[in-house]
Design a protein around this ligand. Structure first.
Ligand code: A3P
Length: 313
């Protein structure tokens, strides 16, 4: 049976059980001024992460929650398998140790980094953290990072539905309540605008490639080719087609019970662009436009988001 390398079922099951018996206000904790889910992150793990040694050939995905990180994880793990002459998705494409680890760096127990030293290269690592909270070795060792960004209105929409679909996060009675929290830095993993602003400081670095959710959606073949080139992975036409087929929304959703177990339904929702139009009031839309203008419109990443195209009615 195909297993995702992004999920460790045991860990997630335990976290879900713990979250079920928590009060809403206990579900998030603050670490260095940012909120994180109590049941899947911990101060001990963050402390241990600081000294984690990233390798120069690790394949790293960075993205704010709900930017499509599970989608790009699928693409990247398949590309890694291809680079190792393995068949993506086959039993042999991941060894048992790799299957056990959660790829999201900040999620899991504090001992995971020790276990991860035993994983063969290239390792796949993902994270929702801002760059200053990642281990210093990422930048010291010049590991390549794919930075995934998505327009803020669809991110907020996706985050709202996710918060109501998963027990790790506080749920919301109304979209209006969620919107207020999203705009006032009360989200797990922190504020979207600060995330983009901080990553913008790294956007010109040679070892960072930025891609938007919308451009992968628009032209998946070109996006996968560009990603493969960035990581130095040669691809035949047949391999490209296989990666595309396996990473389509339909096929990922269909397989999601197997690959993502109990959180599958919450993760693979609509997989499209502009669903924000079903939730945002005119006033909320204007508030978001203003925040975008103030914080990121003038930056390189801000321009890459093509805000006018995807976020104006
Ligand atoms: P929606 O809630 O808008 O549907 P993340 O993986 O970072 O949590 O992001 C989740 C978002 O990515 C969800 O957005 C989800 O449906 C979308 N997604 C997941 N797999 C996808 C795919 N193969 N193609 C397009 N979107 C995908």
């Amino acid at each position: 049976m195909e297993k995702s390398r992004n999920i460790s079922e045991d860990f997630i099951q335990k976290a879900m059980a713990a979250a079920n018996s928590m009060r809403r206000d206990e579900l998030l904790f603050s670490y260095k001024g940012t909120l994180y889910p109590t049941t899947i992150c911990s101060p001990e793990t963050f402390k241990a992460l600081e000294s984690f040694e990233v390798r120069s050939d690790d394949v790293i995905l960075a993205g704010y929650p709900k930017s499509g990180t599970n989608w790009l994880s699928q693409i990247l793990t398949d590309l890694i398998a291809i680079s190792q002459k393995k068949t993506p998705g086959s039993e042999s494409s991941l060894n048992a140790e790799e299957q056990k680890e959660i790829a999201y760096l900040e999620v899991g127990d504090a001992k995971k980094y020790e276990r991860m030293t035993r994983l063969p290269s290239p390792r796949f690592l993902a994270s929702h953290l801002r760059p200053e909270n990642l281990p210093k070795s990422i930048f010291k060792n010049n590991a390549k990072i794919l930075l995934l960004i998505r327009n803020p209105k669809d991110v907020a929409t996706s985050f709202y539905h996710f918060s109501n679909g998963i027990v790790f996060l506080p749920s919301y009675e109304t979209w209006n309540d969620f919107f207020t929290d999203f705009m006032t830095k009360k989200m797990a993993w922190g504020c979207y605008f600060e995330y983009i602003s901080e990553w913008n400081k790294y956007a010109d670095k040679e070892n960072i490639m930025t891609i938007t959710y919308e451009e992968v959606k628009e032209n998946p073949a070109l996006s996968v080719k560009n990603i493969a080139t960035f990581f130095g992975i040669p691809l035949t036409e047949e391999e490209l087609q296989l990666v595309l087929e396996r990473s389509s929304f339909q096929s990922m959703k269909k397989n999601s019970d197997k690959t993502h177990g109990p959180i599958a339904n919450a993760l693979f929702r609509k997989g499209g662009v502009s669903d924000w139009k079903n939730l945002f009031s005119e006033d909320q839309s204007e508030k978001m436009d203003k925040a975008f203008e103030e914080h990121i419109a003038g930056t390189k990443l801000g321009k890459k988001l093509k805000y006018d195209l995807y976020c104006k009615a």
